[in-house]
Design a protein around this ligand. Sequence first.
Ligand SMILES: Cc1cc2nc3c(=O)[nH]c(=O)nc-3n(C[C@H](O)[C@H](O)[C@H](O)COP(=O)(O)O)c2cc1C
Length: 546
Amino acid sequence: MRLNFVTTASLVVLAIVALSFWWSPILWTLLLVLPLVGLGVFDVYQSPRAIRRNFPIWGRLRYVMEDLRPKIYQYFVESDTDGKPFSRIHRNVIYQRAKRQMDTVPFGTQLDVYENNYEWLNHSIKALSMKTIDTDPRVLVGGPDCKQPYSASVYNISAMSYGSLSKNAIMAFNEGALLGNFAHNTGEGSISDHHLRGGDLIWQIGTGYFGCRYPDGTFNPDAFREKAILPTVKMIEIKLSQGAKPGHGGMLPGSKVSEEIARIRLVEVGKNVDSPSYHSAFTTPLEFVAFIKKLRELSDGKPIGFKLCIGHKSEFVAICKAMVQTKIYPDFITVDGGEGGTGAAPLEFSNHVGMPLRNALAFVYDALTGFDLKRHIKIIASGKVTNGFDLVKNFALGADMCNSARGMMIAIGCIQALECNKNTCPTGVATQNPKLVRGLVVEDKKKRVANFHNETVKSASELLAAAGLKHPSDIHRVYIQRRISPDKVLTYLDSYPYIPNGSLLQEPYAKQFETIMAISSAESFTPNFDNLDWDNLAWARKPLSN
Ligand SMILES: Cc1cc2nc3c(=O)[nH]c(=O)nc-3n(C[C@H](O)[C@H](O)[C@H](O)COP(=O)(O)O)c2cc1C
């Protein structure tokens, strides 16, 4: 192919020169041809890219095609039911609700109702009248030690930092939250001026303690208190992990640490900032609950909760044991499914680390009821909750409320271009490029966030009414059916049977908790296998260890 290029390029140049003796204006074409020849020569002699070396100039089309592929796929190839992570029908209903357009569908479902994983809700002959239902059910978050409980919507904006999102996106979210009377989670990047537009905030604190840290990155109680007592901060969330990259820290490169970011996060301008993969403020479950108590005191009694994606079940049970032992309870726990999104994560972490939401939520609910802790703690679920049915099925598994990150992004115009990690987001949602950010008009988009929230909660309330239920807390796992083979259907109750309230406070424990109870303790996150009955567990012992 290189030979072809050399021959063709030489022939074209010679032909142009020859023809110029008869018709001299043809020499102008050299303005186009010579740079192309130069490009081809460069391709031939460069070494990093084999395709360009072997196919000068033409090889470059590969990159153009790769760039266009997702767009061509999305606009011309994708059917209504495919498209990932969110299918077109899911995205469309968000756009329609955000714009308050017609959100009904004609001619029946497009889903294959005999396919595995198809799910449906049991409706009732005694459905409730839509006129009598509350289309904005609220949940009071705040356990026994909370002095400023928060009356929350059942659907709120999930954690996304200023930095991963643009300032206009943050403002649209916050003003939308104000308009629709729901809450906006700051993400771990702390509270920026763009968050202070009047909407209720859930302030998230991650391992980098941004906005409440000493220069060495450890937790600074005075800086914490300063922000925690702001009236707009309604709840505080300690982030242990998130579904898209649990156990993975992060590093904000110095090039991105502008003066504004440095001021917001309490870091140094232009210097790399580390987000470790673990917290430095506590190392054991007992220290963790003591930290919760400390934050509650420093914030004058605001609701304190934590967010995690479940990894080892025993670690969560260890936290429950610490709660029982100390009688210190978080006011809420956010369970993030492994299917959760992020601005940027390693593929392996996104695809293969962390428990998916359904399993994690049922487990967390069961552990909390097992230890008789649920009555103090509200559960928030996140992981692809974008429509009324998503809300209802999470309520059925045990959630009191749900959060949405990507659903809310789509509501303000995200087209799932999958460029959050490139600073090129064409809709101005997940970029810091001012030319792209200006395309997102806060005044318009704030209404869309509020509309999307209100219509989605209304849809969930209508579904509950169709099932004869008044409030999300009334639903039971038996209401949701799931096909697991062409002729077999299980309810959520069959898949995730409840365990009796308080049953983990004394033996015998429910079978699925026996081993977890034996290996977990309030003193350590690390499981202790010494207490296991190894005579009966010979099959579980690793034969050799190095
Ligand atoms: C752009 C972006 C930024 C995020 N930043 C954070 C963050 O700072 N802290 C956090 O706990 N989760 C973060 N998340 C995860 C979301 O809060 C949420 O847990 C996850 O995406 C699941 O919700 P979803 O399926 O509705 O998107 C981020 C997600 C996205 C898409």
